[in-house]
Design a protein. Structure first.
Length: 276
């Protein structure tokens, strides 16, 4: 791995992100990101809303993160679903693969481009959310909590970027790539709870009993095998009191590292064996 290769990948990524920033799909995504980030931070920081924990700035950011997760990850699907399948279909991929550039550099460039397209506006909006929470709650989020909030959100977008690009390498056209991407998004966003329920049944637990410590622990362990769950656990680990989770924080970060390495490694492997 040479510095020149990394610079090449970075330049390719920036060029791809620039193209996507000019696209209609990106500007259609921006209002959703604003509503689900700044709008959520404003609404959830209202102490007069019943059932909302606004005891600390981090508790508000944790609640806001659920909507950031929905908008940001869906944005990655929209931005990256055709990053490989369409160039393969129109012949552009043939020319790219013929260049004297290592394939892992081409894969990394695509990864950086898709990630940067959504990560940059999301980062700015997350900082805006922190400022809104400060304005609405009269308290600054703890520096360490704020860093974890931003880092975890950026990692989440890397995970989904790699997953979406792997889906695009498996697809023959943009339509099937979009279907695979949305299917993966729905699995981790809406259907993963079913996995937790199945595991609970295998252990003879009642998932309707919110006070069952064994159910809470097993549910958290199952979440480690989901990018969404790992993201939420990273943020929940910064909460105190009853909101803390029954899993040691280092285990959650190990899961986060695994979610960074494994999908990216699969992407590099797929690109190394990719046929135009």
């Amino acid at each position: 791995m040479r510095a020149d290769d990394l610079r090449t990948a970075g330049r390719m990524g920036f060029d791809l992100a620039t193209d996507l920033w000019r696209s209609i799909r990106f500007w259609g995504l921006i209002p959703v990101l604003i509503l689900f980030t700044l709008g959520a931070a404003w609404g959830l920081s209202d102490a007069n809303v019943a059932g909302i924990d606004t005891s600390t700035p981090m508790s508000v950011l944790y609640l806001t993160s659920a909507l950031i997760l929905l908008a940001g990850t869906l944005g990655i699907v929209v931005a990256g679903f055709d990053s490989i399948s369409v160039p393969r279909a129109n012949g552009q991929l043939v020319m790219e693969l013929a260049q004297p550039v290592p394939r892992w550099v081409l894969a990394l460039g695509r990864l950086i481009g898709v990630w940067m397209t959504v990560a940059l506006p999301t980062m700015l909006l997350c900082i805006g959310a922190i400022l809104i929470v400060r304005l609405r709650t009269d308290g600054w989020v703890d520096l360490n909590d704020g860093v974890v909030f931003l880092v975890a959100t950026m990692l989440l977008l890397i995970w989904y970027s790699a997953i979406q690009l792997v889906a695009s390498t498996l697809a023959k056209d943009g339509g099937s790539a979009l279907a695979l991407g949305i299917g993966t998004w729905v699995l981790f966003t809406a259907l993963w709870i079913l996995v937790s329920l199945v595991v609970a049944g295998l252990f003879g637990l009642d998932p309707t009993d919110a006070g069952d410590e064994r159910w809470i622990e097993i549910s958290a362990v199952v979440d480690l095998f989901s990018p969404n769950g790992t993201y939420q656990l990273l943020l929940q680990s910064r909460l105190g009191g009853e909101s803390r989770i029954p899993i040691p924080t280092p285990y959650i970060w190990i899961s986060a590292i695994a979610w960074t390495i494994v999908p990216v490694s699969i992407l590099f492997h797929r690109f190394r064996n990719l046929r135009p």
